[in-house]
Write a protein that binds this ligand. Structure first.
Ligand code: S3P
Length: 179
C-alpha cells in the first residue's frame, strides 16, 4: 500500500484528449487550488514548445524533463496537476505523484479521443501517417499504467463540469478519511 501518503494535491493522468486540461482548470477553480500543467511547465522552463523538444532532442530527452518536473512537484500543496499523456508510463513518476496527490485517471475510447484531437496539431506523437492507429496502439500499451490511479473516471459521456465535480468529490472523501 502507499503508506506515508500525504494527499494535498490532485494529479490528473490519462491519454491525450481525455480532458485533463479543461477538467483540471475547473477543479482548481472549484477548490481554489493552483493549476499546473506539466507540458506548460516544461515549455516555460525550456522556452521551447513540446514539438520543438521532440524534434531537436527527441522523446527520450522530453521524458527526462518530465521526470525532473515530477520530482519538483513534491513540495507543492493545493495544486491540481494536469500531466502529459505519457508521463505515468514511468513508474517512478506515478509513485512520486502518489506520495502527495490523489491520482485520478481520465479515460475515453480511441474514437472519442480521435474526435477531440483530430483538429489539433501540437502533439508530435500524432503527426504520423495514421494517427488513429497510433492512438489505439498507445492507448492499449498505456492502459495498465492509467489503471494504477486511485480513481478512474470515464469522461466520454460526462460534461467537463460533471467530471470535475466527481474529482472534487473523490478528493473530499479521501481527505475526510472516509475511505
Ligand atoms: C504526450 C502527451 C502530450 C505531451 C506530449 C506527449 C503523450 O500531453 O506531453 O505531446 O506521450 O501522450 P497531453 O496529454 O496533455 O496532450
Amino acid at each position: 500500500m502507499h503508506s506515508g501518503r500525504r494527499i494535498v494535491n490532485i494529479a490528473l493522468i490519462g491519454f491525450m484528449g481525455t480532458g485533463k486540461t479543461s477538467v483540471g482548470r475547473l477543479v482548481a477553480e472549484l477548490l481554489r487550488f493552483d493549476y499546473l500543467d506539466t507540458d506548460e511547465f516544461i515549455q516555460a522552463q525550456t522556452g521551447r514548445t513540446i514539438s520543438e523538444i521532440f524534434k531537436t532532442d527527441g522523446e527520450t530527452k522530453f521524458r527526462e524533463l518530465e521526470e525532473k518536473i515530477v520530482g519538483e512537484l513534491a513540495g507543492r500543496a493545493q495544486t491540481v496537476i494536469a500531466t502529459g499523456g505519457g508521463l505515468p508510463v514511468n513508474p517512478e513518476n506515478l509513485a512520486s505523484l502518489k506520495a502527495h496527490a490523489l491520482v485520478v485517471s481520465l479515460w475515453s475510447s480511441p474514437e472519442k479521443i480521435w474526435e477531440r484531437v483530430r483538429h489539433q496539431g501540437h502533439r508530435p506523437l500524432l503527426q504520423g501517417e495514421n494517427p488513429q492507429a497510433k492512438i489505439r496502439e498507445l492507448l492499449a500499451a498505456r492502459e495498465p499504467f492509467y489503471k494504477q490511479a486511485d480513481v478512474l473516471l470515464n469522461t466520454e459521456l460526462r460534461s467537463v463540469r460533471e467530471v470535475a465535480q466527481q474529482v472534487v468529490h473523490h478528493f473530499r472523501v479521501k481527505k475526510s478519511g472516509r475511505r
